[in-house]
Design a protein around this ligand. Structure first.
Ligand code: NAD
Ligand code: TYD
Length: 349
């Protein structure tokens, strides 16, 4: 069994590779990653010599390279590779269209060419597209996203992910290609790049820097511990019904300000008592900021028996502890380019 993981040097991809290698000894993983600012081979240091693991540095938009990778008789593809940060997409939308849309078509096409047999497809193949709940847009106070919620993305990031989803669906509708789409809520856990809310706030607390909360801090996200997400992808890959979409997440909704205060309180009590809520700064809101995301996990629970095992209160402590134990990792990823990024995004906010 050969599994092509794209974007495996990023946050979720690296956690997924580690999870699969520890659970199976008959799956060989090829990790294809361009190593953008978000890709980091340090995330995979502990498994880089595993005989079931191979790394290829490359771009999912590079047709020739992708075709060459498929000459390896790939069975499954899990496509994590993407530009993933909403704030960056507001400043630089083009790269989101290129990687997230064109990259996905390039992979789909190579998979289709390699997997076609007669009028159909070889047995045991699957292309799993890792998408996001952000394709559904924003919720009011009531209700949840189900797989039938109409797509209504707002940011250049979420619209590029929605476009990719529609192309994946087209490969199923047109060619009957074996695909699944998963749409998860906000992930958190080890190895997340500190441009995203939770690791950014942990890092700023540790450095006693102001904590930039957008708008009124009352936007809500439905937080999913990354290992729970990896388990769900594994289940969909092996047991998901071909052509189906599965939402992943559920009932861990928290406001941003609650999260920031939780992080402050842990660091205050366990690391540095001078860190307190006086570090909070309410800053200019994100353009087009979605108010609330909330997943209805009924389908994946009923069909595949998955539910989010980690409660937010436990997951956030595990996460903060990981960053405390891996200060060197944080220092390495926040040196150099990150400083320029931070200046650009936050200095005039
Ligand atoms: P990430 O930004 O941490 O990692 C992305 C990885 O993709 C990096 O290793 C990067 O080097 C690689 N990459 C980028 N462009 C590439 C290209 N052209 N070719 C090959 N590799 C490329 O992202 P993440 O948070 O791990 O997210 C993974 C996937 O999950 C993405 O598709 C994202 O849209 C989706 N997702 C993430 C979240 C979340 O909370 N993090 C929530 C919902 C969905
Ligand atoms: P983020 O981690 O960027 O994920 P997403 O935009 O994909 O949901 O942001 C999570 C929430 O936190 C979102 O409502 C924006 C907010 N936020 C801040 O208030 N301050 C920050 O510095 C960042 C990065 C995010």
């Amino acid at each position: 069994m050969k599994l092509l993981v794209t974007g495996g040097a990023g946050f979720i991809g690296s956690n997924f590779i580690r999870y699969i290698l520890s659970k199976y000894n008959d799956i060989k993983i090829i990790n294809l990653d361009k190593l953008t600012y978000a890709g980091n081979l340090e995330n995979l240091k502990d498994i880089e010599d595993n005989p079931n693991y191979t790394f290829i540095k490359g771009d999912i938009c590079d047709k020739e390279l992708v075709e060459e990778v498929f000459s390896e008789d790939i069975d499954y593809v899990v496509n994590f590779a993407a530009e993933s940060h909403v704030d960056r997409s507001i400043v630089e939308p083009e790269i989101f269209a290129k990687t997230n849309i064109l990259g996905t078509v390039t992979l789909l096409n190579a998979a289709r060419n390699a997997w076609t047999l007669g009028d159909g497809f070889k047995e045991g193949k699957k292309f799993l597209q890792v998408s996001t709940d952000e394709v559904y847009g924003s919720l009011g106070k009531e209700g949840y996203f189900t797989e039938k919620t109409p797509l209504d993305p707002h940011s250049p990031y979420s619209s590029s992910k929605a476009a990719a989803d529609l192309i994946v669906k087209a490969y199923f509708d047109t060619y009957k290609m074996p695909v699944n789409i998963t749409r998860c809520s906000n992930n958190y856990g080890p190895y997340q790049f500190p441009e995203k809310l939770i690791p950014l706030m942990i890092n700023n607390c540790l450095n006693k820097k102001p904590l930039p909360v957008y708008g009124d801090g009352m936007n809500i996200r439905d937080w999913l511990y990354v290992e729970d997400h990896c388990k769900a992808i594994d289940l969909v890959l092996h047991n998901g019904k071909i052509g189906e979409v599965y939402n992943i997440g559920g009932h861990n909704e928290r406001t941003n300000i609650h999260i920031v205060k939780t992080i402050i309180s842990y660091i205050h009590d366990n690391v540095d008592s001078s860190v307190d809520e006086s570090l909070i700064r309410f800053v200019e809101d994100r353009k087009g900021h979605d108010r609330r995301y909330g997943i209805d996990p009924t389908k994946i629970k009923e069909e595949l028996g998955w539910y989010p095992e980690t409660k937010f209160e436990d997951g956030i402590i595990k996460t903060i502890k990981w960053y405390l134990e891996n200060r060197e990792w944080m220092e390495n990823v926040t040196s150099g380019e990150y400083q320029k990024y931070y200046e650009r995004m936050y200095s005039n906010r």
